[in-house]
Design a protein around this ligand. Structure first.
Ligand SMILES: N[C@@H](CCC(=O)N[C@@H](CS)C(=O)NCC(=O)O)C(=O)O
Ligand SMILES: N[C@@H](CCC(=O)N[C@@H](CS)C(=O)NCC(=O)O)C(=O)O
Ligand code: FES
Lengths: 104, 104
C-alpha cells in the first residue's frame, strides 16, 4: 500500500526514527534519551495526523509486529519500544548501532 | 457539580485510587507497584468511560491541579502521578501512608 511504502521510505531515509504520541511519557523518555546522547531523531507524532495516525500504527504493526508506541528504528532496522531502546543503551549497544550510521 | 462530588466520594471511600488509561505504560507501572506491595487499588480507566472520561480528567485537574494520568490518591489525599508515587515508594513513605489506612 502507499502508506506502507511511505513508512518504509521514512525509516530508510532517516538514521533514527521514532513513531510517537506527543502526550505519552514513554515516548517522551525515548526522545529524551536520544537527545541526551546528542542524536536528533526523526519523530512522527501519530496523534497529530488525524485519521492517518491509527492507519500508520496499523502499518507499523504489520511491518514490525509491534502495535504500541514508541516504535523505534535505527539505520532502517526495527529496534522496538521504550524498554527495548533503554536496554540497548544500558548495554552500550545503542552507541555501536549509531556509530555505523551517517548521523546528521 | 455532580461529577466533582462523585470524584470526591470515590477518593474518600477507597484507600487507594488510581485514575488511569488502560493502554498507558505509566499507569501500568503504578498499578503494578501497588500490586507488588500487596495493595489492591480502586482503578478508574478513563478510556473506558466514553465521553465521561475527559470530563472526569477535567474535574481532576480542577481538584488537584494535575491534568495527566495516572492520578493517584491515598487515604483521600492527592499523591500525584507515576513519578511522584515511585519517589514516595523509594523513600519508604508509601508504606507509612498506607499503614495508617484501613486497607481491604
Ligand atoms: N514495553 C513497551 C510498552 C509500549 C506500550 O504499551 N505503549 C502504549 C503507550 S505507553 C501503547 O502503545 N498503547 C496503545 C496505544 O497507545 O495505541 C515499550 O517499552 O515501549
Ligand atoms: N510525570 C508524570 C507524567 C504524566 C503524563 O505526562 N501522563 C501522560 C500519559 S503518560 C498524560 O496524561 N498525557 C495526557 C493525556 O493522556 O490526557 C507522571 O509521572 O505521572
Ligand atoms: S501513554 Fe502513558 S506512558 Fe505512554
Amino acid at each position: 500500500s502507499r502508506m506502507e511504502e511511505s513508512v518504509k521510505k521514512t525509516v530508510a531515509d532517516n538514521p533514527v526514527v521514532i513513531y510517537s504520541k506527543s502526550w505519552c511519557s514513554y515516548c517522551m523518555e525515548v526522545k529524551a534519551l536520544f537527545k541526551r546522547i546528542g542524536v536528533q531523531p526523526h519523530v512522527i507524532e501519530l496523534d497529530h495526523l488525524g485519521a492517518q495516525g491509527p492507519q500508520i500504527q496499523k502499518v507499523l504493526e504489520r511491518l514490525t509486529g509491534q502495535s504500541t508506541v514508541p516504535n523505534v528504528f535505527i539505520g532502517g532496522k526495527h529496534v522496538g519500544g521504550c524498554t527495548d531502546t533503554v536496554k540497548l543503551y544500558r548495554k552500550g549497544e545503542l552507541a555501536s548501532m549509531l556509530s555505523g550510521l551517517d548521523i546528521n
